[in-house]
Design a protein around this ligand. Structure first.
Ligand code: FES
Length: 156
């Protein structure tokens, strides 16, 4: 997925635009990125660095300085459930409950065997596809509860 094809980047872009692409938009943009992607992967840090015209070292430095930013999921697999309004209305909370039960962990946690990290996102920018879950960077929309559990089974 690239910034052109991944709606999540649009969410980050929206935050930067709202703040006028000022250098001071960095922390807010990192927050949006983490809320959208579940953690701050390298490509997202590079994207923010380019768009805010800040050196990558500065963006990376800020992301590693604050304990509330996560640069990596701990688990081998990452599952991000969008819990934004559109997804919530279409049953995201039931999907969260089912996946928490399936993986034996809560949102924000990683399984003891480090196989899977489960995250929630505020909105991943694809509301027309609600409810949506992103399995290892692959978004799957219009998800039924059964589909969500079926996809979860594939990574376990
Ligand atoms: S609320 Fe889920 S994609 Fe927007």
């Amino acid at each position: 997925m690239t910034p052109q094809t991944d709606d999540r980047y649009k969410m980050v872009e929206k935050t930067m635009k709202k703040l006028g692409y000022e250098k001071g938009a960095l922390i807010e943009s990192l927050h949006t990125a983490q809320e959208t992607f579940g953690y701050l992967e390298n490509d997202v840090l590079k994207f923010i660095s380019r768009r805010l015209k800040l050196p990558y070292s500065k963006v990376y430095g800020v992301a590693t300085f604050y304990h509330f930013f996560r640069l990596k999921p701990k688990g081998k697999h990452t599952v991000v459930v969008c819990t934004g309004t559109a997804c919530y209305i279409k049953g995201a909370n039931k999907i969260v409950e089912a996946l928490e039960k399936k993986f034996g962990i809560k949102i924000g946690e990683t399984s003891k065997d480090n196989l899977v990290s489960l995250f929630g996102a505020r909105c991943v920018g694809s509301c027309s596809l609600a409810p949506i879950v992103i399995y290892d960077n692959k978004p799957i929309g219009n998800l039924t509860l059964d589909d969500a559990l079926e996809n979860a089974k594939e990574i376990l």
